[in-house]
Write a protein that binds this ligand. Structure first.
Ligand SMILES: [Zn+2]
Length: 436
């Protein structure tokens, strides 16, 4: 490791995907006992899923690859639930044998935390902020440590923070120490290795009480967002969680496979024959960076026709995922219909049952989604759920585009062009919301 300077000289080459992440899930959850007695707070169920899954979704959506779960009380239950991976994230575990505080838990996990900076998240709260923008700001600012901040009405319940006009922290108050502003610390931090190296050695130490104050005036900064915030620490807040997560749903792009992401190839049956359409991975990566979830829905009647079996189809999809992941693109889901057109199933596009399944499992609103494909059946499926539809001219699209009855909202050359339009539409939507 290079020598650590007191003023920050940054390795600007670090990418978001290289960041090590520590999620602090070792809290005892004493106040939550009345509603979840038998498990650690992170496993409290919200809309049928453990709370921690929402945090991991946020990390996966930001393109991160590796997270360390710093567990404690009933930590084995967390391991039993998540195991070694979750979506695109590899998971490691660092377990405290007795309560050592937030900084103590982090100190135990240091062997796993080699990147500079490291992202640290409290495992009992959630802030719907864009982690990528936070990371970018931290790097541009050259901060030693950055706190993610948002505004809430009752800031006395949380730690509040006062900043100068440049984002440097002037004052840091923990809860019950009095309020200095309506900006609160949401428990998400980017910490440089210098800060990690300074963690006090005594047994029980807290980031909030023992560490951050030491760095005021020495590169401790605060990044302001307007992300909605939820702390599940108390039964009242926990009861609010259901409504909270339904109100911050991610938007999704629903993609066709053949002729849209990979080259159209009649009844593709060999993983070695997959060819990505030029520019497709770049386009998908940009969608992820814009915060969209990605899901593929594909008609594969070659299975029903007996040209290949589902095992082979899964091999093809595994190979396609590998090719995309090698380019930094992760799919949130992939759904296929194996039936023949005359089987009368409801899952073959333009049938909407796979769309409904995906939106339920991945928790998105079909009407707010974007459907992209090269065939009339893609567009028709999108129209049936009132999504925004894009016909691409790749695959069969050039031919389909000559039919004036196709009814796509947009007809574009390829996935790349679709993303340019989506970017423009998102910018318009943002300016309508914020009035700028
Ligand atoms: Zn089907």
């Amino acid at each position: 490791m290079p020598p650590i300077a007191e003023t920050r000289s940054f390795d600007t080459s670090i990418k978001m995907s290289d960041l090590a992440v520590a999620v602090l899930v070792g809290g005892l959850g004493t106040r939550l006992r009345p509603v979840v007695a038998d498990r650690p707070k992170g496993l409290a169920e919200i809309r049928g899923r453990p709370f921690l899954a929402y945090l991991l979704d946020q990390l996966a959506a930001a393109g991160l690859r590796h997270a360390v779960l710093c567990t404690g009380y009933l930590g084995e239950k967390i391991y039993d639930t998540f195991g070694g991976s979750y979506r695109s994230l590899q998971l490691s575990y660092s377990r405290e044998q007795e309560p050592v505080g937030t900084a103590g838990a982090l100190r135990l996990a240091l062997p796993y935390l080699q990147s500079d900076p490291v992202l640290v998240m409290n495992g009992d709260s959630y802030c719907a902020a864009d982690l990528k923008s936070f990371f970018q700001w931290h790097c541009d600012r050259g901060a030693m440590a950055s706190l993610l901040l948002t505004r809430v009405r009752q800031s006395e319940r949380y730690g509040s923070v006062k900043l100068d006009s440049d984002g440097a922290v002037l004052e840091f108050r923990e809860k019950k120490q009095g309020v200095v502003s309506d900006l609160i610390n949401v428990g998400v931090y980017l910490l440089s290795q210098a800060v990690l190296a300074s963690l006090p050695q005594q047994k029980k130490v807290s980031l909030e009480y023992d560490v951050f104050r030491q760095w005021i005036g020495r590169g401790l900064c605060g990044y302001q967002t307007d992300g909605a915030f939820l702390d599940i620490g108390t039964p009242e807040d926990f009861l609010r969680a259901d409504q909270f997560f339904s109100s911050i749903k991610r938007k999704f792009v629903v993609l066709d496979r053949d002729g849209t992401i990979i080259e159209e190839c009649s009844y593709l049956s060999d993983p070695e024959h997959i060819k990505l359409i030029p520019g497709a991975t770049q386009a998908l990566r940009e969608l992820r960076e814009m915060g969209f979830g990605l899901v593929v829905i594909t008609n594969q009647s070659g299975v029903g026709r007996g040209f290949f079996d589902e095992g082979r189809l899964r091999e093809i999809h595994e190979r396609m995922r590998q090719m995309l992941e090698a380019e930094g693109v992760w799919l949130d889901g992939l759904y296929f219909c194996p039936h023949k057109p005359d089987d009368g199933c409801s899952c073959r596009k333009p049938g909407v049952s796979l769309m409904e399944k995906a939106s339920t499992e991945l928790s998105f609103d079909p009407q707010a989604s974007i459907v992209i494909g090269d065939k009339g059946s893609d567009i028709e499926m999108g129209r049936r759920v009132r999504a925004t539809t894009f016909l691409v001219r790749t695959g069969y699209g050039a031919q389909v585009a000559t039919n004036s009855s196709v009814g796509a909202d947009y007809i574009v050359n390829d996935l790349r062009a679709a993303v340019q339009t989506i970017r423009r539409l998102s910018a318009i939507e943002r300016s309508e919301v914020h009035g700028d």
